[in-house]
Design a protein around this ligand. Structure first.
Ligand code: BG6
Length: 498
């Protein structure tokens, strides 16, 4: 996947016994090691409140890798990795814990005989981010040392609205320069998301028609079958607009709609995305009923099994107003996209897992077939399939053989799996490696985060001043509330539920 290797590194994971570390980070690190992409000197120091010693944490990490790695685990490789894993049991606001951490990092440097780069990964619930950043400063760990400048990775959600995101940026940028800060949006690590730029800017035929003259509208869908699982507490505060739209969906929108960059440098790409986010027409409070839809799942059938309503999930109140579904109609006020609606939707407990961007082209100017053919042609659709069937499809019309009066919609289909016979790397593998290599292309910039919150916070404010919705308003296993269909129907369009 990559040719260059990072410098000797110590990865310090705050929240080392959390879900993210267990299911994503540790397996991703193992995978990088098995692909020989980790530096030859590499250690992990985990910090969490659980009372574990080094040996117990190694056992924990071993189990996490074996259970959650998507490939068979090699005992030798996992053993080598675990030999360099350490654990500090401490509360995140306990000064002594940071003293112990600093001492352990120095010890590792001495033992390996080289100053290692330090990479702090904040994988805790977001309420701990400020205290960890402050304690890193107080213990001298955010300062430049013989190891160079440390880096810091901050998980999502980065803030809960515009104000808190700005405050968090301000706090972290007191001690770290922008180049040292990596704000994670794991969607950007997905191969198929990265491919949006490759597809758009390495094929001559699409860019000339990628605009208001040829494109009728764009649909972005991120549908999930799962419910909130054991994240009820988080979801009650976050809701889908914060959880999925502010980050993942707006990232997809900016990649598909941004202007062509002059090169692929991190700053150039991030600037182009920012320009796009700033061109989003704000959805003011009075526009929210017209342009936004909120939903919350009721009970229903998913994959032939009955599932409970959101309000019956663990840690969820029985009159919860948290949304588990959002649909938006978004306009982009620039020359390329003026008048082209972007319809965005995402939700939990929907009919199937499907993340895609469907670009619907305009109809032919005059249909020549309506007199002879029963149904007119459907417009062409280009589908960038993000997951689960990663690929690209193009839909067009052909004459049905042997019949004088029918045409049929057919699909040209490119599938990653069939074309490359290779597993796509997990998003976290790519992102952790990029961070070690100092490549911030796939990480949102301070200004990008603030621009996306600017857009989202207006919607949140608008919702706050409206009557509570009549939740639950969609059945688990459906495509969301009826209002979501109505949002498109008003414009004479329908969601692509395929
Ligand atoms: C996370 C959200 O960021 O993304 C989850 O917090 C969501 O609610 C997940 O389920 C979806 O990611 P993926 O990679 O499974 O599409």
């Amino acid at each position: 996947m990559f040719s260059n290797k990072p410098e000797p590194t110590i990865l310090i994971i705050f929240g080392a016994t959390g879900d993210l570390a267990k299911k994503k980070l540790l397996p991703a690190i193992y995978r990088l090691k098995s692909l020989k992409l980790l530096p030859h000197v590499f250690s992990i120091v985990g910090m969490a409140t659980r009372r574990l010693d080094d040996a117990a944490y190694r056992a924990y990490a071993d189990e996490a890798v074996r259970k959650h790695c998507r490939v068979a685990v090699d005992n030798g490789i996992v053993g080598e990795l675990l030999n360099n894993v350490w654990f500090i049991s401490s509360a995140f606001d306990d000064t002594d814990g940071y003293g112990a951490l600093a001492a352990r990092l120095d010890e590792i440097d001495r033992a390996v005989g080289a100053p290692c780069s330090r990479l702090f990964y904040l994988a805790t619930p977001p309420s701990f981010f400020p205290v960890i950043i402050e304690k890193l400063r107080a213990s001298g760990l955010s300062a430049k040392t013989a190891n160079g400048l440390p880096k810091i990775i901050i998980e999502k959600p980065f803030g809960t609205d515009r104000e808190s995101a700005c405050a968090l940026n301000e706090l972290v940028l007191k001690d770290f320069d922008e180049e040292q800060v990596y704000r994670i949006d794991h969607y950007l690590g997905k191969e198929t998301v990265q491919n949006i730029l490759y597809f758009r800017f390495s094929n001559g035929i699409y860019e000339p028609i990628w605009n208001r003259r040829y494109i009728d509208h764009v649909q972005i869908t991120a549908a999930e079958v799962i419910g909130v699982e054991d994240r009820g507490k988080y979801f009650e505060e976050a809701g889908t607009l914060r959880d999925m739209v502010q980050n993942h969906i707006l990232q997809l929108l900016s990649l598909v709609a941004m202007e062509p960059p002059i090169n692929m440098d991190a700053d150039t790409i991030r600037w182009k995305k920012l320009e796009l986010l700033r061109a989003l027409r704000p959805i003011e409070a009075e526009d929210t009923p017209e342009l936004t839809v909120r939903g919350q799942y009721g009970a229903g059938i998913v994959n032939a099994e009955s599932v409970a309503e959101y309000r019956a999930e663990k840690d969820v109140s029985n009159d919860s107003q948290a949304e588990t579904f959002v649909a938006l109609k978004v306009m982009v006020d620039n020359w390329r996209w003026a008048g082209v609606p972007f319809y965005l939707r995402t939700g939990k407990r929907l009919k199937k897992n499907l993340t895609e961007i469907a670009v619907h082209f305009k109809q032919v100017p005059i249909s020549l077939f309506t007199k002879t053919i029963l149904a007119g042609p459907e417009s062409n659709v280009l589908i960038l399939k993000i997951q689960p069937d990663e690929g690209i499809a193009f839909q067009f019309n052909v004459k049905l053989p042997g019949s004088a009066k029918h045409m049929e919609k057919v699909t040209m289909d490119f599938s990653y799996k069939n074309a490359f016979k290779a597993d796509l790397p997990e998003a976290y593998e790519r992102l952790i490696l990029d961070c070690m290599l100092g490549d911030s292309t796939l990480f949102p910039h301070k200004a990008g985060i603030e621009a996306s919150w600017e857009f989202i916070t207006r919607i949140l404010d608008g919702w706050e001043n409206q009557q509570p919705s009549k939740f639950p308003n969609y059945s688990a296993g459906s495509w969301g509330p009826r209002e979501s269909d109505a949002l498109l129907a008003k414009d004479g369009k329908v969601w692509r539920n395929e």
